[in-house]
Write a protein that binds this ligand. Structure first.
Ligand SMILES: [Zn+2]
Length: 523
C-alpha cells in the first residue's frame, strides 16, 4: 500500500500575491472545479473580506458541490488583546462557509517580539483561542506555522509550544512554512521529523518557497521526514514569484519516490493543467519548465535524436507521457538525416529517404534567413511538406494592404485608432477579397483572412489565436533589425505555433498567421 501525500493548492491565495499572475474570482472557481475533477485534496480560495475577488470565489464555491476537493478559507489568528469572537477578520472566515479554515500564526519567537510585539504567552493564547473558537463552530482547522523553520532555529522550544497549542486546541493539521524560502533540505527534514514525532495523529504539512531554487527538494525532504500534506501553487506562481510548483513536487513524489498523490490518469493531465493555469492567469508558458515545458523532452543533434529514436529512455528521465508531455526532435541546420527521419515521423509525414537531403537543405536556407523551428512545429510541418510535395497549399495570399491611422493619442485604451486590412487570396482558380477592421494590424489581418476563407473553410471559425510574441534577431540594428514573430493557435485541446521572419513586423506576422491557418486545414 502506497503512502498518501495530500496536495493542498494555494494558487488561489499565495499564487495571486505574484507580481504578474492574477486570478479573478470566476477564474479561481474554474481552477477549483478542474482540480476537483483531477482528485486534488484541498483548495485554498483566498482571504475572505480582503478583496472582491476572494469573496466572489467563496460565494461561487458555497453554491457548488465539489466531489473530492475541500475548500479552505485563509486568515490569521485573532488579534492581540482582542477577544476572538469580536475579531472581524475571524468572523469573515466563518462567513466564507468553507469546510476548512486555515489560519496562520506566529511560530517564531523573534517575530512575536519584533513584529507582532506582544508577550510570548499572548501569542500562544491567540493561537489557542482562535483554533478552539473555529473548531467549536464546526470547522476543520489547519494551522500554518509562519516562519516555522526560521522560528525553530531561533528558539526551538517556543516553536514547539506554538505547534502544540494549535494541536491541543483542535487543529487537524500543522503546516510548517518556510516563509522566507531560505531553509535547506537537511534543516527542513530535521524540523519536520521533530513535528511529526511531537504531534502524533496530526497531519503535518510543508509549505516551501523557492527563493533558493530548492522548493521541490524541500517538499520531498519534508515528505521523507513524515509530512503528509504539501502546499504549493500550479507553476510556482506566488509572492516574490517563488512558490513551490505543486505539480513538480507531485510528479517527483509519485513517479520517483513511490508515494501516492493522485490517480495516474490525473498525472497524465499535468502538462495540460500547467498550460491551462498559464492561460487562466494570462501568462506565457515557460518552455523550459521541468516536466511540463515544450522543450524539456526535446532532442537536438543527430546522435541524441538517433538514440531516442531507437530507445525513448536513452536521454529522458521519465516517459513524458506519464505527465502528459511528449518528446520532440528539434531540427536545425546541424541536424543529421536521422533527425529529419524522426521529425517527419513525429509530424505524421511520410518522406522517402532520398528526400531527406532536400528537406535538410530547405531548413538550412530558412535558418540563414533567421528562422528557428525550435518552438514553431507547425511551420516546420509546412516546410517539410512543401519541400517534398507537389501538392499546393489550400490558399495563397496574392496581395495585402494595412492602413493604420490615429489622432496621436498614445493612451493604451481609446477609440481614436483606426486599422483596416485588405487581403486578396487565391484558392485554386478562384480569387477572394476581404476587408476587415481590427484592434491593430495583426488583428485586422487575421480578421480579413478569416473573412475571406470563412465560406470555404468553416472550421477556421473555431481556431483561436492564443499567443503572439515578437523578438528582434540582431539587436544592434535596433528598430531596423529583423523581427521573428511567433504566433500560438488553439483548436479545442490542440495547440500549435508558427513563425514568420522579416524586417517588416506586419509581413512577418502575416506569414505566421497564414501558416497557422494552413496548418489548421492540413493537419
Ligand atoms: Zn507562502
Amino acid at each position: 500500500m502506497k503512502i498518501l501525500v495530500k496536495l493542498y493548492d494555494v494558487t488561489g491565495r499565495d499564487g495571486t500575491q505574484d507580481a504578474e499572475f492574477k486570478l479573478p474570482g470566476k477564474r479561481k472557481f474554474k481552477l477549483a472545479v478542474r482540480l476537483d475533477a483531477m482528485g486534488f485534496h484541498y483548495f485554498e480560495g483566498g482571504w475572505p473580506g480582503a478583496n472582491a475577488e476572494s469573496d466572489e470565489f467563496f460565494t461561487l464555491a458555497a453554491r457548488h458541490t465539489f466531489s473530492r476537493i475541500k475548500v479552505a478559507a485563509f486568515g490569521s489568528t485573532g488579534g492581540k488583546n482582542l477577544k476572538v469572537e469580536s475579531d472581524p477578520q475571524v468572523q469573515a472566515l466563518l462567513r466564507a462557509k468553507t469546510p476548512i479554515i486555515t489560519i496562520y500564526g506566529k511560530s517564531s519567537l523573534w517575530q512575536v517580539q519584533n513584529v507582532l510585539r506582544c508577550s510570548p504567552e499572548e501569542n500562544l493564547r491567540m493561537i489557542t483561542d482562535t483554533v478552539a473558537y473555529l473548531r467549536a463552530k464546526g470547522r476543520t482547522v489547519f494551522y500554518d506555522a509562519e516562519h516555522g523553520f526560521d522560528g525553530f532555529k531561533y528558539d526551538a522550544e517556543y516553536a514547539r509550544a506554538t505547534w502544540c497549542a494549535a494541536r491541543e486546541a483542535g487543529a487537524e493539521a500543522v503546516i510548517l512554512c518556510d516563509t522566507n524560502g531560505g531553509t535547506l533540505p537537511r534543516e527542513i527534514a530535521k524540523v519536520t521529523r521533530e513535528a511529526v514525532q511531537l504531534l502524533p495523529g496530526c497531519e503535518v504539512g510543508i509549505h516551501p518557497h523557492n527563493d533558493c531554487g530548492i522548493a521541490t527538494a524541500n517538499a520531498l525532504a519534508a515528505v521523507e521526514a513524515g509530512a503528509r500534506q504539501v502546499q504549493g501553487t500550479i507553476n510556482g506562481y506566488g509572492e516574490r514569484g517563488t512558490n513551490l510548483s505543486l505539480l513538480e513536487a507531485a510528479a517527483n513524489l509519485q513517479l520517483k519516490m513511490g508515494y501516492h498523490c493522485l490517480p495516474a490518469r490525473s498525472l497524465r493531465r499535468f502538462t495540460e493543467l500547467s498550460q491551462f493555469v498559464d492561460e487562466l492567469g494570462d501568462m506565457q508558458s515557460n518552455p523550459r519548465r521541468p516536466f511540463f515545458g515544450d522543450l524539456v523532452f526535446s532532442h537536438n543533434g543527430g546522435r541524441h535524436a538517433h538514440a531516442v529514436g531507437l530507445n525513448a529512455n536513452s536521454y529522458q528521465h521519465i516517459d513524458p507521457e506519464h505527465v502528459g508531455n511528449r518528446s520532440t526532435i528539434i531540427v536545425s541546420g546541424q541536424s543529421g538525416k536521422a533527425s529529419i527521419a524522426l521529425m517527419a515521423k513525429n509530424l505524421g509525414l511520410r518522406i522517402r529517404k532520398e528526400k531527406f537531403g532536400l528537406v535538410l537543405d530547405a531548413v538550412k536556407r530558412q535558418e540563414a534567413l533567421g528562422y528557428s523551428y525550435r518552438e514553431a512545429g507547425a511551420s516546420l510541418f509546412l516546410l517539410f511538406r512543401q519541400a517534398v510535395s507537389k501538392r499546393t497549399l489550400p490558399f495563397t495570399v496574392s496581395k495585402y494592404n494595412v492602413v493604420l491611422a490615429g489622432d496621436g493619442s498614445l493612451a493604451a485604451t481609446g477609440t481614436s485608432d483606426e486599422c483596416t486590412a485588405t487581403v486578396k487570396l487565391r484558392m485554386g482558380k478562384k480569387e477572394f477579397h476581404a476587408v476587415a477592421d481590427g484592434d491593430g494590424p495583426v488583428n485586422a489581418l487575421d480578421s480579413a483572412l478569416r473573412k475571406a476563407l470563412a465560406r470555404s473553410f468553416p472550421k477556421l471559425k473555431q481556431v483561436q489565436l492564443v499567443d503572439y510574441q515578437v523578438r528582434i534577431i540582431k539587436d544592434r540594428l535596433g528598430s531596423a533589425a529583423k523581427t521573428r514573430v511567433l504566433i500560438g493557435f488553439r483548436l479545442s485541446h490542440r495547440r500549435w505555433t508558427t513563425i514568420g521572419v522579416g524586417p517588416n513586423v506586419i509581413k512577418a506576422s502575416l506569414k505566421a498567421l497564414i501558416d497557422g491557418l494552413e496548418y489548421a486545414l492540413l493537419s
